[in-house]
Design a protein around this ligand. Sequence first.
Ligand code: NAP
Length: 248
Amino acid sequence: MKDVCIVGVGNMGGAMLDILESHKMFNAWGCRKKDDLNVCIGRAEVVVFAVKPQNFEAMVKEIEIDLDDRLIVSIMAGISLERLKKSLGSNNVVRVMPNLPLKVGKSLSGWIASPETEEYQKQFVKTMLRCLGDEIEVDEESKIDAITALSGSGPAYFYLLAEEISKAAQEYGFSEEDANLISESTLVGAGALLRSEGVAAKTLRERVSSKGGTTEAAMKKFGEHNYSKIVSIAIEAARKRSEELNKN
Ligand SMILES: NC(=O)c1ccc[n+]([C@@H]2O[C@H](COP(=O)([O-])OP(=O)(O)OC[C@H]3O[C@@H](n4cnc5c(N)ncnc54)[C@H](OP(=O)(O)O)[C@@H]3O)[C@@H](O)[C@H]2O)c1
């Protein structure tokens, strides 16, 4: 399998196309609004749908060819495996929830395949998603809502903390530019170290928090103000919202 058509070359589809084009193992092309959808998907073994969920049904109406022998991959939020199967007439469907770092080849993509999807097709999806970053296959579709709340919205949680660090830096008299550099560099450095050490975040946090030191003083305040509870409440709100949106 090699021939991949990406329908919807926007933020996510465009980034995905750039990455797949850079790997020789794929022959990838995009299908834009102005292109003939049936010609574009007609010669593909794998069709990736990356249009906005609200444009999905209108796009389906344009499809005249039989897709039942194709592998369908959808990154559209809130469109279930069942709906994909019914609308597209293929049983080999895979639902993927990537996140925005896909734009720099560092997505975390949670995915699930329909039970009819063949093992070799699942292997293909795994390989493709690994070119975009990391991947996790989930064992039930409801976990796509959890993935949406955890890694889908996750970058914003870290950005919020980075924003607060930058604000604090400005309060201490740093220029906006320096303050942003302090928070950005700390976020990127902490992430890179976490990846290279290959240990849990908790282990690194404990290593940084020496007894009686500055980090420990900060950690105590996070604890007193229930940081852990706030984060879990926020993530659960995102998961519930994803569940609600998926029902529509
Ligand atoms: N952004 C994220 O962080 C994120 C994360 C996970 C999943 N997703 C999912 O990824 C999908 C794409 O999101 P996005 O942020 O990349 O949206 P986007 O930038 O709006 O991209 C969608 C693209 O699809 C095009 N399009 C619409 N109808 C089409 C048609 N009939 N044929 C061909 N192309 C068509 C749009 O063209 P026009 O602009 O001309 O309408 C646009 O270029 C969504 O379903 C979203 O749920 C996004």
